[in-house]
Design a protein around this ligand. Structure first.
Ligand SMILES: [Zn+2]
Length: 280
């Protein structure tokens, strides 16, 4: 499978010269399976550019949503395949506290957007899973999901094909001040031996305690999880909109120092728009 980052920013897009290297679009990751299946993780503003690629195909598209916060769905009205006649698009909503599986379509209603979702030409299916269903398949991929620690909750996902495993855990607070949906050790089991762990790393220790409870993790905590679950690579994700490219460089440097002290072989990097990783 081939993974490409299309949006790596948390909360709100960040255009501007200081954000060009890592990119300013909000959450979207594309995973292309070798069997031709297209899986999209989240539908932030990054999905617009992905649409230009996928509109050249006619095969089904599967969108896994972590949750419905705006930065994870706001690109959907500009995802061109939704206007493609009969294009099959399956949307898997996250495990949100309020059961609102159609919010991604509702954002197009009324005075919010010029085209109502009823006018979309694609065959859009909302695939609601039973709350207890944590495992399913899309194409040749086995998918697992787990609740996030986040205001309004949501879902983390793992994708496995053969011996390759990707974990996508964003908008997740590993050590929240509120009651946890998922314990740290449960995330360790969930992401165990991942070839790539994509994890929320929006904050530094210096951002705390002000942002304690906001639903995101401190970068060191993501490193700790990656080492504990024996991940090969950690992609720091959901960059703070107030952090420039140079600031993100400093976060990566800090994480590398932490890993060196722990004498771990973990590879860490900051997710970057357009970056592609291949897995067997
Ligand atoms: Zn969120």
């Amino acid at each position: 499978m081939r993974l490409t980052f299309y949006g790596v920013r948390g909360s709100i897009p960040t255009p501007g010269a200081d954000y060009i290297r890592y990119g300013g679009n909000t959450a979207c990751v594309h995973v292309a399976l070798k069997d031709g299946t297209d899986i999209v993780l989240d539908s932030g503003t990054g999905i617009r550019l992905l649409g230009e690629l996928l509109i050249q195909k006619s095969s089904p598209i599967h969108i896994l949503l972590s949750h419905n916060h705006w930065d994870h769905i706001q690109g959907f009205p500009f995802f061109m395949p939704i206007y493609q006649d009969g294009r099959e698009i399956n949307i898997y909503p996250g495990q949100t506290l309020l059961n609102e599986p159609t919010q991604i379509l509702q954002q197009m209603e009324g005075s919010l957007f010029p085209v109502p979702s009823a006018a979309l030409k694609a065959n859009i299916q909302i695939q609601t899973l039973h709350t207890d269903q944590h495992k399913f398949a899309i194409g040749e991929a086995s998918i697992r999901r787990l609740p996030l620690n986040h205001p309004g909750r949501g879902s983390a996902y793992t994708l496995e094909v053969g011996n390759s495993k990707i974990a996508y855990i964003t908008d997740n607070e590993l050590y929240p001040p509120y009651k946890k949906e998922t314990e740290f050790l449960e995330f360790v089991e969930f992401a165990r031996d991942a070839d790539l762990l994509i994890h929320d790393a929006q904050y530094m220790v210096s951002d705390m305690p002000k942002k304690n409870g906001w639903g995101h993790s401190v970068a060191e905590e993501a490193v700790k999880l990656a080492m504990a679950c024996n991940a090969k690579k950690l992609a720091l994700y959901s960059h703070d909109p107030e952090r420039t490219d140079d600031d993100i460089d400093n976060v990566v440097t800090h994480c590398k120092e932490y890993i060196a002290v722990a004498e771990s072989t973990l590879q860490v990097f900051a997710s970057t728009e357009g970056q592609t990783l291949d897995f067997n």
